[in-house]
Design a protein around this ligand. Structure first.
Ligand SMILES: [Zn+2]
Ligand SMILES: [Zn+2]
Length: 443
């Protein structure tokens, strides 16, 4: 079936498009893109709501779907439904499941489940090390063949430089990035919050900024030595950003992502108003104002490559404990786009075109996956968003199985209007005026 997505403001940086343009969808793919495409008989016409931006589908390259093994927190079905509601047409899922994704059989099981129940595309990430134990390399070639797009022991650092060197060498042979959870384990110790004034006042054990930057520096050196690509996950400190900026300047294949909570919140939030809210506990921790300012500058000057949520669902019972004992992590799929529009675009730090690069073009490029452009012949994965529509976050309405978000009740300017995956409308936001017309096409 052919559908014409008509009259939308299309932003596709790869093709240099930024203006009113039509998109012809034929089945699961894009058949044509251009202004005033002809309306042939039998063509279904979908009018894009006024003020909406039509972009290549957003890709969240850092998500914990929790399946297999922790389905009480999230499943592939609920996690991908949350992704669709958040405007993402694809997610890359971290391997710290139960069992961990360190073999082709686990990778295949994830992909089979995603094909059967997933609402958006799912790209598995395989472990760096067997059992995620940080000792010997996992079966990288087999996992690659089964469909893994990257390697990571996310949740844990790769403990030795030698193992990271080997991982980079192997991953490089297959053109895969290693995604790096940067934390020097002896410095991080039993820390639960950023080491600084706030943690001291609250009596919380600290995680110093250097725990992150030491590992970033080590792995940049190894990427430089091996010539392979390293991707720094959830970068949170001024020092780490400075290291990435300097490495890029000398041609090292390093990229980095920042999570929305790290550009919106500081550790001061843990003090007020309720104090010790475990939905403010994540790893890396919320940093201090100076780090957030550095990160905002890193967006403006292009050092930050991608926005990734580190969506980490935990059940309410697990988070309803003392700050010290609570697990690290928050959900993030459904709040990322509003936070990015409100805090980066409407403040003038990032243009809409730059936002599309951060949320679609760059993550697709770093992972070497389809997407990142609306070129004819490519899959019809499309994100439609409304920069001027203001909504209030209601965590109780989340599609995720978990509710651990610090953004409940926040009013933000900028909303997702609709999400289209392989030509199918998988999400429509009724709060965006005119978006119902997109829902009518939900065949
Ligand atoms: Zn991590
Ligand atoms: Zn993570």
């Amino acid at each position: 079936m052919k559908r014409l997505l008509r009259g939308g403001h299309v932003i596709d940086p790869v093709q240099g498009i930024d203006g009113i343009t039509d998109i012809l969808i034929d089945g699961t793919g894009i058949a044509a893109i251009g202004p005033d495409l002809p309306v042939e008989p039998g063509l279904e016409v979908i009018e894009v709501p006024r003020g909406c931006i039509v972009a290549p589908g957003f890709v969240d390259m850092h998500v914990h779907l929790r399946e297999p093994g922790q389905e009480h927190k999230e499943t592939i079905a609920t996690g991908t439904a949350a992704a669709a509601a958040g405007g993402f047409t694809a997610v890359a899922c971290m391997p710290n499941t139960v069992p961990v994704n360190d073999t082709a059989s686990v990778t295949r099981a994830i992909l089979e489940k995603a094909a059967a129940e997933g609402v958006v595309r799912v790209y598995p990430i395989g472990c760096v090390s067997k059992g995620m134990k940080g000792e010997t390399l996992a079966e990288i070639a087999d996992m690659r063949e089964a469909g893994c797009v990257a390697l990571s022991d996310d949740g844990k650092p790769v403990p030795t430089a030698l193992l990271m060197r080997r991982a980079l060498e192997y991953a490089g042979m297959f053109g895969m990035p290693v995604i790096d959870h940067c934390e020097e384990p002896t410095l991080k110790g039993e820390g639960v919050a950023h080491e600084g004034f706030v943690a001291s006042r609250l009596g919380l054990r600290g995680i110093p900024a250097a725990a992150e930057s030491i590992m970033v520096e080590r792995d940049i050196a190894l990427a430089e030595m091996t010539g392979s690509a390293i991707h720094i996950a959830h970068l949170s400190t001024r020092q780490a950003l400075r290291a990435v900026r300097a490495a890029k300047a000398r041609g090292v294949k390093v990229t980095c992502e920042v999570a929305p909570h790290h550009f919106t919140l500081t550790d001061e939030r843990i003090e007020a108003p309720l104090g010790y809210d475990t939905n403010l506990k994540m790893n890396p921790p919320l940093r201090e104002r100076d780090d957030v300012e550095a990160i905002l500058h890193g967006f403006a000057d292009g050092t930050v490559d991608a926005i990734a949520t580190d969506h980490a669902p935990h059940q309410a019972d697990e988070k309803h404990v003392e700050f010290d004992r609570a697990p690290f992590g928050i959900i993030g799929l459904e709040t990322a786009v509003p936070l990015a529009l409100d805090r980066l675009v409407h403040t003038g730090l990032v243009s809409l075109r730059h936002l599309v690069q951060l949320m679609s073009v760059n993550p697709a490029r770093i992972l070497n996956v389809a997407g990142g452009t609306l070129r004819a012949g490519r899959p019809a994965d499309i994100t439609i968003f409304a920069p001027a529509v203001t909504t209030t976050v209601d965590v109780s309405a989340s599609k995720s199985r978990s509710r651990n978000s610090p953004f409940d009740g926040w009013t933000l300017k900028g909303a997702v209007a609709a999400t289209i995956v392989a030509g199918r409308v998988v999400h429509v936001n009724a709060q965006v005026p005119g978006a119902a017309s997109l829902g009518a096409a939900r065949a």
